[in-house]
Write a protein of this length. Structure first.
Length: 457
């Protein structure tokens, strides 16, 4: 860390940051009432609202969004004539998956091997703590030099679009000169990175039906059409022999220009087993940042334990398709639906239901705010230059904000570097990254305010 008064203040705030992150992680705020009580998300939202009020935010509100969840909004006034910066994070998290596979309880922040483990520690409860730490540090060094709006979403991981719909219905609420999305991450620990592109996403549930009811596999198997076998064929049609995504009519040959991702580093980050090959063709960066990627997220079928000798009458799967910038997510969803319906064997009945959707995003990295962020990151990371990368994940809100506020600059930073293992078991955050990025954000707000004032003078 640099030797400066602001850096020392950020360092002194890390104990508080850990305490508050532990409180936030303790909420089982999965925005799916079928998995966890809605009250867990409501309690997390109340915690966020309380934290904003304690920092002097006005107009703090719990926004009831159209998808049945709550986002938290607050406004912190700055000096007269100062620009407005919107800081974004989300408090909802992915489910913990197999809790038995966690080394420590998923909803109990645990320090181990220099990292803090817990669901949401990096994605994205840590992002909120990053914002709060930056603002607290600035208050001790002359005050926050900009107007600050904070929006903390309650259903980002579900992709149900509640905040996007709310923002479109209340476009004045989130107006800002610059928007900092705290939901991405450095290319790796210690390498300051802004994210230039995000893949969009479409999420569908595909149902295959072939029989009026299950049948005895000895009496009817061999002639009776098996819905589970039909579903397997349908899903297999989405990949070529080398594992590349193949959706009829969807282009899948783009190349990534910029920071590359060496294959050996990717294998290590992804924890690919020895002897198992990667899927697809082209560079790793091509495959994860510039091309579509299909993933079967889940299949409803009888578990092995307790399965009976039956021909299945119906089966269903949840399928995600990530699409790169330049591809319309709505069109991609139409192509995916048509492909799934066409791929069904034996005349099996296929029903495709849209569950979630978000457009891809490309940031303008030549905008003035990026120059301020580059300077801030260089100082926070002891002279290391800021890098620009893509990200295979999706943040649908980015496109909504870009459409509503075309003049606003949008920057994407965060704590989800590869070691964080977001969306997987044993998610964690690097305390060092939290400290450095909190400092970088504080420095950015200072530099951006000066830049804005100079441009207006």
């Amino acid at each position: 860390m640099p030797d400066s008064p602001l850096a020392h203040t950020v360092a002194s705030l890390q104990s508080r940051a850990r305490t508050e992150l532990a409180e936030l992680v303790a909420f089982k705020s999965v925005a799916d009432p079928a998995q966890f009580p809605r009250s867990e998300c409501e309690a997390a939202a109340e915690w966020v609202a309380g934290a904003l009020r304690s920092e002097g935010f006005t107009d703090v509100a719990l926004l009831d969004t159209p998808d049945g969840t709550q986002s938290v909004y607050g406004f912190l006034p700055g000096p007269a004539g100062a620009p407005t910066v919107l800081l974004y994070a989300h408090y909802d998290v992915q489910p913990p998956l197999d809790e038995a596979a966690w080394i420590s309880p998923p909803f109990e922040l645990t320090e181990r091997d220099g990292r803090w483990y817990g669901r949401g520690a990096a994605d994205c409860k840590g992002g909120l703590i990053m914002h709060l730490t930056a603002l607290r540090a600035l208050k001790e060094h002359g005050g926050v030099p900009v107007n600050v709006k904070v929006i903390v979403e309650g259903s980002e991981e579900q992709g149900t679009g509640g905040l996007e719909q709310y923002a479109e219905a209340h476009p004045e609420l989130l107006t800002a000169d610059t928007i900092v999305i705290g939901d991405t991450g450095n290319f790796r620990v210690g390498l300051p990175t802004v994210t230039a592109t995000l893949r969009g996403m479409t999420l569908v549930r595909v149902q295959v039906d072939t029989l009026a009811g299950n049948l005895h596999s000895g009496q009817f198997g061999g002639a009776a059409p098996d819905a589970l076998a039909a579903l397997i064929r349908v899903l297999d049609s989405l990949r070529a022999e080398d594992g590349s995504t193949t959706v009829d009519g969807l282009e899948a040959d783009a190349s990534w220009e910029g920071l590359q991702y060496p294959e050996e580093e990717f294998r290590k980050d992804a924890k690919v087993l020895d002897g198992v090959g990667l899927t697809g063709s082209g560079t790793v960066a091509d495959r994860i940042w510039a091309r579509p990627a299909v993933t079967v997220l889940g299949i409803d079928c009888p578990p092995v334990v307790g399965a009976t000798p039956s021909v299945q009458a119906g089966a269903r799967a949840l399928v995600s398709l990530r699409v790169p910038p330049g591809t319309d997510a709505v069109k991609a969803s139409e192509l995916l639906t048509a492909h799934l319906e066409k791929a069904a064997p034996w005349g099996a009945r296929v029903t495709v239901e849209q569950i979630g959707q978000g457009q891809p995003f490309r940031a303008d990295t030549a905008s003035p705010a990026y120059a301020s962020m580059a300077e801030a990151m260089r100082e926070a990371y002891d002279g290391t230059e800021m890098q620009t990368s893509g990200m295979g994940g999706s943040i649908p809100l980015c496109n909504t904000l870009a459409a509503l506020y075309p003049e606003a600059e949008i920057l994407l930073i965060g704590l989800s570097e590869p070691e964080a293992q977001i969306h997987a078991v044993n998610e964690s955050v690097s305390p060092e990254e939290l400290e450095r990025l909190s400092l970088a954000e504080a420095l950015f707000l200072q530099r951006y305010a000066r830049q804005y004032e100079a441009a207006g003078s």
